[in-house]
Design a protein around this ligand. Structure first.
Ligand code: NAD
Length: 234
């Protein structure tokens, strides 16, 4: 059994992950620690892997707690809106354990990023203008979404800030991303539509189990992993 720690356990994603661990995943994993506002992050340390869907500040506190801990669970974070400093903190933590940060745990978006890396350089060279449009529920705190930023990095590695982005916050939309390339006489449009938040929750649990098993098999393995490295392993 893999022991899972959950940070942000009372949120939309945290609640869904709790339900899934109790049902579909009950034979593979147990929820060993649930942490939300007001709970000590130290409860998370005695686990095999921590799944984080909270906020950037909470992730920073967890990583600080981890620094002085003799035991290091693997860390998987889906929290978006991370600053450069928080990304650096994740990199520091990856010297001690396996760390995977992804703004999107759906296979569809991982495939889209892969495709964009392949064909964007040619389209940009031919003068196409890329535009990323994302739509999310009105409660979402960050804009553009972490996924939109990852798409921009896949389109233009050197200058992701130069890619136009548009954010719509409305209703209860789970998450839609559209990438369009506008050329002189044609437009290419690719869309990813998440129909249900469980796509991210299941993806996060699957990747967390993979990280934990990897760490059990090779306890000294450390480093920053990616969704692509996960997909390549299956
Ligand atoms: P939410 O607001 O519903 O839940 C966040 C939870 O974190 C809340 O229960 C809150 O109390 C808790 N929290 C916040 N600060 C905390 C702190 N300092 N200590 C402990 N707990 C704290 O949000 P959500 O919709 O569940 O999303 C959470 C994060 O995950 C957001 O950054 C969101 O953009 C991201 N997200 C990522 C993916 C993905 O696939 N990577 C999918 C959906 C959401």
């Amino acid at each position: 059994m893999i022991r899972i720690g959950l940070l942000g356990s009372r949120g939309r994603m945290g609640s869904l992950i709790t339900k899934l661990l109790d049902s579909e995943y009950s034979e593979q994993a147990i929820l060993a620690a649930s942490v939300d506002r007001g709970d000590p992050a130290t409860d998370l340390l005695n686990t095999d892997v921590v799944i984080d869907f909270s906020g950037p500040g909470a992730l920073s506190s967890l990583l600080k707690t981890l620094e002085s801990s003799p035991h290091s669970p693997a860390i998987l974070t889906g929290t978006t809106g991370l600053t450069k400093q928080q990304l650096n903190e994740l990199e520091t933590a990856s010297a001690k354990t396996l760390v995977l940060a992804s703004a999107n745990f759906s296979v569809g978006v991982t495939a889209l990023i892969h495709l964009l890396r392949q064909f964007s350089p040619t389209l940009l060279q031919l003068g196409y203008t890329p535009v990323v449009t994302e739509t999310h529920h009105r409660h979402k705190k960050d804009a553009p979404s972490g996924t939109a930023l990852a798409l921009c990095r896949a389109i233009a590695t050197d200058q992701p800030d130069k890619v136009q982005t548009h954010s719509i916050r409305a209703g209860e939309i789970v998450g839609d991303h559209e990438v369009a390339f506008f050329g002189p006489a044609d437009t290419l449009t690719i869309t990813h539509h998440a129909m249900d938040r469980s796509i991210f929750a299941r993806g996060a649990i699957d990747v967390a189990l993979w990280l934990a098993k990897r760490r059990k098999a090779a306890p000294n393995e450390t480093g920053l992993m990616t969704m692509e490295s996960y997909l390549n392993s299956i």
